[in-house]
Design a binder for this molecule. Sequence first.
Ligand SMILES: NC(=O)c1ccc[n+]([C@@H]2O[C@H](COP(=O)([O-])OP(=O)(O)OC[C@H]3O[C@@H](n4cnc5c(N)ncnc54)[C@H](O)[C@@H]3O)[C@@H](O)[C@H]2O)c1
Length: 284
Amino acid sequence: MKLEDAVEAHRLLGSGTVTGKLLLTPKDKQRESVMNKIDLNDRHAIVTGGAKGIGRSIAARALASGARVSIWDIDAERTAQTIGELKACDCVRSDAVDVTSPKAITQGLADAVDAFGNVDILVNNAGAVGTLAMTWEQPVENWQRMLTLNLTSAFLCCRTVAPHMMANGYGRIVNMASNAGKMGTPNNGPYAAAKAGVISLTKTLAKECAGSGVIVNAVAPGGTNTELFDDLSDEYRNQITSAMPIARLIEPDEVAALAVWAASQDCAATTGFVFDISGGRADY
Ligand SMILES: NC(=O)c1ccc[n+]([C@@H]2O[C@H](COP(=O)([O-])OP(=O)(O)OC[C@H]3O[C@@H](n4cnc5c(N)ncnc54)[C@H](O)[C@@H]3O)[C@@H](O)[C@H]2O)c1
């Protein structure tokens, strides 16, 4: 189904009012002809870190699948730009939520529910790579920042949103892990440890929620072609690419396709799992 058709179908189903056309980037246009249909009609998804990169692609794919989307991001300017680009109807909005702040998360959930109704989907995607250095040279502050931004953030969002979902008897939580969390990554120890923690959090929460209608899974991408790489050296980028058997970076839309499927009702008998999208790099 074309993106425009998905938006029109969404409007006809009465979930939103179309006020404008989707602004399609060349990549969106390329994608629309090949993408499978995922049914998120009548679902409300929160996507953290949805202003750019993988989160933006997840927000776009969720919208094209019929969801209403609330983006939680700290970059207000970039979020506004993204919403301008994605705006297909009154079905995408944002809250200025710093996902390391329990207070902001509580407020964000209240605002999102007020605007779009109960939350069905939470994608914990916000994260960052931090300082690259061998473990013995890592600044202690970077260790703490990486754990806070990549792991504690997911814990805080799950802690607030999972009870809301359980009370509603339905939910899908998708945590963005990383191949680094499965395999370890020299020079990136704090990030890798945080992402390993995300995997463990996913498995524990999945068992705790099992039977409540709330399914919890993680997605573990390898090197993905986002601005996250802009701050990294060519040497590091080449190191990542050459370690991947497919010998290229993964595209954000490819991660989004997997994450949005894991966020759909179709993913109902898999919980506590880590979906690999590492270009063949991960060996388990
Ligand atoms: N790009 C990769 O190679 C790669 C590989 C594996 C996993 N990941 C993971 O995927 C996720 C997205 O990565 P990306 O490459 O799209 O990154 P990105 O830097 O392009 O986007 C990250 C987004 O998170 C937002 N953000 C940062 N701190 C925040 C905070 N405290 N509160 C709310 N929002 C915040 C940023 O503003 C930004 O919009 C991250 O968790 C990352 O660790 C990325």
